[in-house]
Design a protein around this ligand. Structure first.
Ligand SMILES: [Zn+2]
Length: 218
């Protein structure tokens, strides 16, 4: 008997309902705490107005170039979390916050169209480069941050930015005041100074990446 089949019938009964019948919301759900934590971290890093709008969807992601943050709906209900845990693997609180920071990076990029600026392209590469599901990362490359499992920053310039943003936002991930040549968004009048330990970007080393553009950025 699998863990899923051993679940309380009342919990499994949720599967007989449409998602729209479950009354899921960010507000008041277990997800709200993660959103509050993200906003708190943004505030701590100097963002006083930037607060990504979060919504529930079927997987982590942002619609391409749309500044909204999608959170898996099963995280918003305790029964669904139990089912997800039994059927597959449920993210830990630490992993959830890693995704929150990563997606917030996409939201920030899209909201202020940073990817259209020369500074962004110089640091991360061409935003409109094609995605491919299969890509060949360079393990332990010093030209990219490592955050989400799988050398994800090497997948695409957009993911590189999101991962770098996530590392930069993570509490305790870098020394206070260790900042230098940052990315400046003239459009929003905001300056992001990257941690000094982040490597200098080397565009030539990034041509080995391979990816195919998808409608949703993971
Ligand atoms: Zn992503």
């Amino acid at each position: 008997m699998t863990r899923f089949e051993a679940l309380d019938p009342e919990i499994r009964g949720v599967l007989g309902k449409k998602v729209s019948e479950l009354g899921l919301r960010v507000e008041g759900s277990p997800v709200e705490g993660y959103v509050r934590q993200l906003y708190k971290e943004l505030d701590r890093r100097g963002f006083k107005k930037f607060r990504p709008v979060c919504y529930l969807t079927d997987e982590w992601g942002c619609p391409d170039q749309q500044p909204v943050l999608g959170i898996p709906f099963y995280l918003a209900d305790s029964k669904l979390r139990t089912i997800e845990k039994a059927a597959d693997a449920l993210e830990t609180d630490r992993q959830i916050m890693m995704y929150m920071r990563h997606e917030a990076g996409h939201v920030f990029n899209y909201a202020y169209r940073l990817y259209t600026t020369p500074q962004w392209r110089d640091l991360f590469g061409p935003f409109f480069r094609s995605y491919r599901d299969e890509y060949r990362p360079i393990p332990f490359s010093k030209h990219f941050v490592r955050h989400i499992e799988g050398w994800y920053a090497q997948k695409h310039p957009d993911e590189d930015f999101a991962e770098t943003f996530a590392v930069w936002l993570t509490p305790g991930a870098h020394g206070a005041g260790s900042t230098r040549d940052g990315l400046r968004s003239e459009s929003c009048g905001m300056s992001i100074a990257w941690p000094s330990r982040l490597p200098t970007r080397n565009r030539s080393s990034r041509r080995e990446k391979s990816i195919s553009r998808q409608t949703t950025s993971a």
